[in-house]
Design a protein around this ligand. Sequence first.
Ligand SMILES: [Zn+2]
Length: 250
Amino acid sequence: MEYIENIQTEDKTATIYTDSQMSLDSFKINTNHTFFSEEIRKKLAEIGTTNWTIQFCWVKAHVGIQGNELADTLAKEVATNVDLIESYMKVPKSVVISELSEISVETWRREWDLTTKGEITKEYFPVVADRLNMNINIILKFTTIVTNHGNTSSYLHRFKIIDAPTCACGSSDQTIDPILYECALINQERESLIPTVVKTDVWLIGKKHLIRKHYQPFVKFINKFFINLLTTLIYSNNSAIICNNTCNYY
Ligand SMILES: [Zn+2]
């Protein structure tokens, strides 16, 4: 923008491209008074008086767009220039935090898109941003159900802690899908979830929509049963009784 301000030209229109959606949003929103957004507004107002028309446009980062790559390189050079500490100090902490947050979310998104791990968790949370928009109470059982890392038979069997991956109901291996959708031992508990889901969706609903659209009933459902009991029942000659009230198992 300083360059625009100082050049002499007949055509007074310009487009500024940026890969930072957060920056674009920050100076569009009038209630945002960070140092950065205020500086941009101030500069726009100054340039506006010289009849310039400036528009802003978002571009995807790290996909080889020449101008964007050049801007990144220059930004890195500036960031690593020890002689410019004073100018860096003028940036408020809030801007540094939000920029770092944006970078870390983008890194997380890229790694999540590329990884072949977390297959089950990806079914619940295919998009990192969607997960970040949710306020989730992380407890052990929740983690087990969204990762299959915990006290399910299939997981314990994988690590040779128990002899078989089978569920106590005997119909299948005890993995997450049977627990959510099929296991007859928790039909009654599941009945509390299904009517809520079918008000707006169909049953069987996919995990992504189940957790995003029906988070509260989903959590209520998983809190109604005890995975340990589903796991261990088969090893006690069917003499154990499924208990919904008094067990201390999670
Ligand atoms: Zn079962």
